[in-house]
Every structure is written in C-alpha cells, then in structure tokens.
Design a protein around this ligand. Sequence first.
Ligand code: 13P
Length: 251
Amino acid sequence: MRKNIVAGNWKMNTTLQEGVKLAEEVNEALKNTSAKCDVVICTPFTHLASVASVIDANILGLGAENCADHVSGAYTGEVSAAMVASTGARYVILGHSERRQYYGETAETLREKVALALANGLTPIFCIGEVLAERENGTYNEVVKAQIVDGLFQLSAEDFGKIILAYEPVWAIGTGKTATADQAQDMHAHIRNVIADKYGKEIADNTSILYGGSCKASNAPELFSKPDVDGGLIGGASLKCADFMGIVNAF
Ligand code: 13P
C-alpha cells in the first residue's frame, strides 16, 4: 500500500547552523510523537552531510532539492546524484516549478535527473503542477498529464513504482492561497487515473501523491482527509519545527 508522507522543502533558507538546529528539533519532536506518516526534510546541498549526522534515519528521512543531469565531470557548480547519495540522503526533489521556471528545467533534463537519482538509490519526489493561467483557462488536467508523461513515462513499471509525486499548483506556492481540498482531490484522482492508464491500477494505487502549496497545520487535516491526497510537500511551514509538526500531526 502507498505511504502517507509529509516532506519539507526548505528551498534556499537557513544557514548551515540554523539548518542543523532545525533538523535536530524536528528529529527530537518526532522521537516524542508516534507520527502516522513518513517524515522527510529536503535541505540545501550544503546541509546534507551535517544534517545526516544529527538525525535518526529511521524516524526522519533526508533529501536534496535537486541533482545534476550528468553523472560527473566538467559541470561547474553542479551536484550529482551520487554526491547526494554519499551524504546519507535518500530522497531528491526533482522538477520543482521554481526550477522549471527560473532555471529552465525541461522534460528532457528531468528524465536524465530521474534516471540518475534512481541509479543512485535515491527516491525522486517529482513535482508537477499548473500555473494560474492554466487553472483559469481550464487546461490544468492536460498540463499536469503532459508533465507526467514527458518526465516519467519512459520508466519501467518497476522504476515508476519508486517515484513519489507532488502536485503543486504554482498559483498556490508561497501565496497563502491553497487549493481547496476538493480541487486537490480532483487533481490527485486525475493523476492516479493517468498512472493507471499507463502502468495499471495496482501501481497507481501504490503511488504516493503529495499536495504542495501553502499547506499548513490549519488546512492539512482537510487536505489529508481526501482519499487520493497522501500527504504534503511543505515549503514555508517546514522552516519552523512547531509549524511542521502541526502538519505531521494532521495524520
Ligand atoms: P509553500 O508551502 O511555501 O507554499 O511552498 C510549497 C512548495 O513549493 C513545496 O515544494
């Protein structure tokens, strides 16, 4: 069966010292709760090795926010999937809308990144989602389907089974304007149908599909109560331990 997951995406926030402290706080809070979901934090590259050394991997997963689309070599400033894995991280966010929008990530580069992440034993948290104009002109279902088809449908069924999806409507990210629970449910059901058409119902049913975009402790219970919403990918509210734990405890 699919897992419920709450994952933090710290984005470009916290110094190393602040990040290690936050990770320690979340780890400690989880020790004292019986969380009913898997919990993951995705941090800047610079923090990964240090965070890995202060958390218990059995109660708190660790991931990166990106990885390179090449194995190794002359790619100044890039960080490979093997490097990420060597820190102890087990997850990697790929295809976040901020990377698609500001860094020109295309389906082609994402296919390379997904392949390299899997080859290095990392679990991709693959992000999809429409922009406001696409929500308003009614093309959002097709847009999201195309992102899944173009980025992931080259995978074998076995490899697809290792992917976590995150539906993040771009108009809801960092805006305080969350999708309604019904909008999220409708899209997540659509995504599950798209997967089922390609890989079959069993794989679709086993895929965790997270919601992201202004998710916080106050709206998480309603979002997570929907049958096809398997958790959240959390930006702003993952930067304070109490806020993040409020979302974890929504399950
Ligand atoms: P916010 O939770 O800050 O809206 O960000 C969501 C997000 O982009 C997570 O990847």
